[in-house]
Design a protein around this ligand. Structure first.
Ligand code: ADP
Ligand code: MG
Length: 432
């Protein structure tokens, strides 16, 4: 299957070539023909499967087909709703890339920044609007946006939108849309409230589903480190110094934790920054850019801040804390191994997080291999990276909760030896 087989027009195909896309991903191959036929879509696909192009390409093509010329009075004809600013910006960048040879205009609006630049853009006329719900409603109420001419409506990451409490804002937006329109509904998961919402806003949709949870997880090479909570920061530093990790997206549970980890790494000479909801929009964008440009090696993020972030060739995801919701684990590790590439995910698991690990393994149907012989298995915060070989074995018995996670792993017996080996390496962050 090629993009040509999908009957995409030449200027779009040329743009895709420039973007380095050789062939459509499965969600694109399924969605694009249906969308071009005018169908509503209900699409269920994991992060990293190429959903943006699945809706952006047909919208660009259909709008382009009906444009009489660039001198017409522009009105917003396509609206894409996204849950976060970062995601909205990335969708905007995708429209930029895919539509670079077309005469359509788009803009992105989101909260947390002054509205002036956004309203200027809107007043100069746009065809496609990418927005977060709050700012959109705000600008509609101020009269800067009208949704009367909308022909295409996309709800991206619908499940996340609901998780983040945007359901009422989303419904308010939907009530302002014309009845006659084409709607694309994208969600990684389909809990009952999502199914209900989709039924309310879609008209005889074609259902598209690819890449169930487990296959995202299968692409990524995963391992877990059992480590006491207090030792996690030392373990992270150790791994960044001794393992071949060119860049890592590190997840923490809290904003506070993200800051602390980033500060800690920076103090140890590893370039790191944190992004989370408390930071200003500009600070977040800058941190993301620094990471993409490889000025920083580690980006520490909370789940909400990292949602939808797309970084090409991200080699490692590190779960500094395990999430209590198993799907979140899959979302996180989906940041690496994108669009079919393989990636590596490392997870730290303390005693309290063992049940989370069990849930994750249940969801993905995978047993995540345990890394033995790392130096930070003892509770004692002052322990040095070369403990007695016997110490970790004791630790293991003490922590053993009989949940069977370890049973498939016969490397544990060698743990003491490996301890000594990794502990004896000279420290130094010499990778970049
Ligand atoms: P999702 O919205 O499903 O998380 P994205 O649309 O953000 O996925 O795409 C994930 C990554 O895959 C992006 O880097 C994007 O540029 C890339 N990508 C999308 N489609 C293709 C394709 N057909 N070929 C190669 N890369 C692709
Ligand atoms: Mg997406």
């Amino acid at each position: 299957m090629t993009f040509q087989d999908l009957h995409l027009i030449e200027p779009i195909q040329r743009a895709l070539k420039t973007a380095g896309y050789q062939k459509p991903t499965p969600i694109q191959a399924q969605s694009i023909p249906l969308a071009l036929q005018g169908r509503d879509l209900l699409a269920c696909a994991q992060t990293g499967t190429g959903k943006t192009a699945a809706f952006a390409l047909p919208i660009l093509q259909l709008l382009n087909d009906q444009q009489p010329g660039s001198n017409r009075r522009r009105s917003v004809q396509a609206l894409v709703l996204a849950p976060t600013r970062e995601l909205a910006i990335q969708i905007g960048e995708s429209f930029d890339a895919y539509g670079k040879h077309l005469k359509l205009r788009h803009t992105v609006i989101f909260g947390g920044v002054s509205q002036n630049a956004q309203t200027r853009q809107l007043q100069s006329g746009v065809d496609i609007l990418v927005a977060t719900p709050g700012r959109l409603l705000d600008l509609i109420n101020q009269g800067y946006v009208s949704l009367d001419q909308i022909e295409f409506f996309v709800l991206d990451e619908a499940d996340r939108m609901l998780d983040m409490g945007f359901i009422h804002d989303v419904k308010r937006v939907i009530r302002k849309l014309p009845q006659k329109r084409q709607t694309f509904f994208f969600s990684a998961t389909m809990p009952s409230d999502i199914v209900k919402l989709s039924a309310e806003i879609l008209d005889r949709p074609a259902k598209v589903q690819v890449d169930p949870v487990s296959s995202t997880a299968e692409r990524v090479e995963q391992s877990v480190y059992f480590v006491p909570k207090k030792q996690k920061r030392k373990l992270l530093l150790h791994l960044l110094r001794h393992e071949d990790i060119s860049e890592a997206l590190v997840f923490t549970r809290t904003k506070h934790g993200a800051n602390r980890v980033a500060k800690d790494l920076t103090k140890s000479g590893i370039r790191a920054e944190a992004i989370h909801g408390n930071k200003s929009q500009n600070a977040r964008q800058l941190a993301l850019k620094n990471f993409k440009d490889r000025h920083t090696r580690v980006l520490v993020a909370t789940d909400i801040a990292a949602r939808g972030i797309d970084i090409d060739e991200l080699s490692h995801v590190i779960n500094f804390d395990l999430p209590n919701i198993s799907e979140t684990y899959v979302h996180r590790i989906g940041r690496t191994g994108r669009a079919g590439a393989s990636g590596i995910a490392l997870s730290f698991c303390d005693t309290e997080e063992r049940p989370y690990l069990r849930d994750i393994q249940k969801l993905t149907g995978l047993r995540i291999p345990i890394v033995d012989g790392h130096p930070f298995t003892a509770e004692d915060e002052d322990s040095q990276p070369a403990p007695q070989p016997a110490a970790p074995a004791r630790q293991e018995r003490r922590n053993g909760n009989g949940n069977g996670n370890r049973n498939g792993n016969n490397r544990s017996r060698k743990r003491g030896n490996k301890n000594r080996r990794s502990g004896s390496k000279a420290p130094g962050d010499n990778r970049r």
